[in-house]
Design a protein around this ligand. Structure first.
Ligand code: SF4
Ligand code: SF4
Length: 299
């Protein structure tokens, strides 16, 4: 266990690398979301996991952003030791059932190779927060609702979708990548999710305003890991135009008035890579988190 930024994190050593817990436990020491078995039908067909799916959507239909936020605010008023204890237990439970990680576009291309199907689905968070059925920023991976027993019906029930609603499109890898490039221009970060870990069944495109996972991030509750990357700006290439500033969901981008250059705080950067989509100078690169002297222990 180590203490970083006032919070308790655990990580395990593999050689000289610090690994996120999932990579160590579910990825054989490599990135857990690039392990083919984690997308397998065999995992999906596990009875306990099937039961989890059956219960997930009806439960999601009861989520309420305002109520969840009120719960976090109450937790903030608790003594710090109690809040840490509650968070610790809840994070553990979340890691067992439904946990995520930020994934940049280059790794998403590899994820799309591994997933048995990519189906566009309505966003549960935006439905619960904004009452909107038309926010199709999410994807089932290997969870084709037509083939999953009861899945499509559960979605229809949750979203009260009518026949006129166009949802559940099956996408090719090229189509999915193209769509995710467009999401980046809008500042949406890609997060990948387990459904009963380690099965990987979901991909979301999140922002701070509407997503429940990002809501928990604001209250320092960890529902997802940072990406395996951290962004750096080339001061030679950066013109100081500040186009990238508005895209960062994590408040990691700053500006040096003296140098007239942008800088990225590695303590805050989640490695999503979204800022790159605004930079015409190609001044922003993603580096491996493991190799970064400051960011390597931050998950
Ligand atoms: S600075 Fe980091 S967290 Fe912010 S958009 Fe860029 S890669 Fe993502
Ligand atoms: S968009 Fe690129 S050139 Fe402009 S400030 Fe950001 S890093 Fe620098």
């Amino acid at each position: 266990m180590g203490k970083v930024g006032g919070r308790l994190y655990s990580w395990k050593k593999l050689g000289s690398d610090q690994m996120c817990e999932f990579c160590h436990s579910h990825g054989d020491g490599k990135k857990w979301y690039l392990k083919a078995e984690n997308y397998s039908a065999e995992l999906l067909n596990d009875l306990e996991r099937r039961r989890y799916f059956e219960e997930f959507l009806p439960e999601a239909a009861t989520w309420n952003g305002a109520k969840i936020e009120a719960g976090f605010q109450k937790a903030m008023q608790s003594p710090a030791w109690l809040r840490k204890l509650i968070y610790w237990f809840r994070e553990r439970r979340q890691q067992r059932d439904h946990f995520g990680q930020v994934v940049p576009l280059e790794d998403l291309a590899r994820v799309f190779d591994l997933a048995n199907s990519i189906v566009r689905i309505p966003c549960i968070c935006r439905k619960m927060n904004k009452g909107r059925n038309d926010a199709t920023y999410c994807f089932g991976l290997g969870l084709d609702p037509e083939k999953m027993l009861g899945m499509k019906e559960a979605f229809l029930q949750t979203f009260k979708l009518g026949p006129e609603d166009a949802h559940f499109d099956r996408l090719s890898k090229a189509e999915a990548l193209d769509l995710h490039r467009r999401f980046e221009k809008q500042g949406l970060i890609h997060t990948i999710w387990t459904f009963k870990t380690p099965f990987i069944g979901g991909l979301c495109n999140c922002d701070r305003a509407d997503c429940l996972a990002m809501l928990s991030y604001r209250y320092n509750f960890r529902a997802f890991f940072r990406a395996e990357f951290v962004a750096e700006v080339s001061t030679d290439a950066c013109t100081g135009c500040r186009e990238c500033h508005s895209l960062c969901q994590f408040g990691a981008i700053g500006f040096s008035v003296m140098d007239q250059k942008t800088f990225i705080d590695p303590m805050r950067c989640y490695g999503c890579g979204i800022c790159r989509s605004a930079c015409e100078m190609d001044a922003i690169d993603l580096k491996s988190r493991n190799d970064h002297p400051i960011a390597q222990n931050l998950w």
